[in-house]
Design a protein around this ligand. Structure first.
Ligand code: HEC
Length: 112
């Protein structure tokens, strides 16, 4: 009987092993793999996980504001790390700035 229980436990463990990675995607995996990701994960997931910002899309200025905001919340990073984080967020979680009105009217162009 004992061996049956052990077999069942082993089977359950196998199942969990196969299904686990699919069900439980680590929050860090939400971040695109790119230069600086390691720094972002190290510095920016100390207080909350990456889901807090992985879905956000900001312009470079907005990201810099966000970083400053986190620093006033207590986030600690060297100047070098701050640059790496700023570059990573701006490049990999970007929101394009709204088009300038001049560019919009240019695109339409005068009729004829
Ligand atoms: C010292 C702790 C701490 C660290 C480190 C930290 N944060 Fe936060 N973060 C917070 C707190 C506190 C909130 C507010 C959470 C809430 O209100 O639910 C927050 C919220 C956010 C939000 C949601 C929008 C907002 O402004 O409330 C974003 C985006 C964010 N953090 C990004 C980052 C990034 C990017 C980094 C790395 C530079 C970072 N955080 C590092 C504490 C931290």
């Amino acid at each position: 009987m004992n061996h049956l229980i052990r077999l069942a436990a082993a089977a359950a463990a196998l199942c969990l092993g196969a299904v686990g990675p699919v069900l439980a995607q680590a929050p860090d995996d939400l971040l695109p793999a790119a230069t600086g990701k390691d720094v972002v994960v190290r510095v920016c997931t100390a207080c909350h996980d990456a889901t807090q910002f992985a879905y956000a899309r900001h312009t470079p200025d907005e990201w810099d504001n966000e970083i400053v905001k986190m620093q006033s919340a207590g986030a600690e990073m060297t100047a070098e790390e701050q640059l790496a984080i700023s570059a990573y967020l701006a490049k990999n979680l970007p929101r394009s700035a709204p088009a300038a009105p001049a560019a919009l009217s240019d695109a339409k162009g005068p009729p004829g």
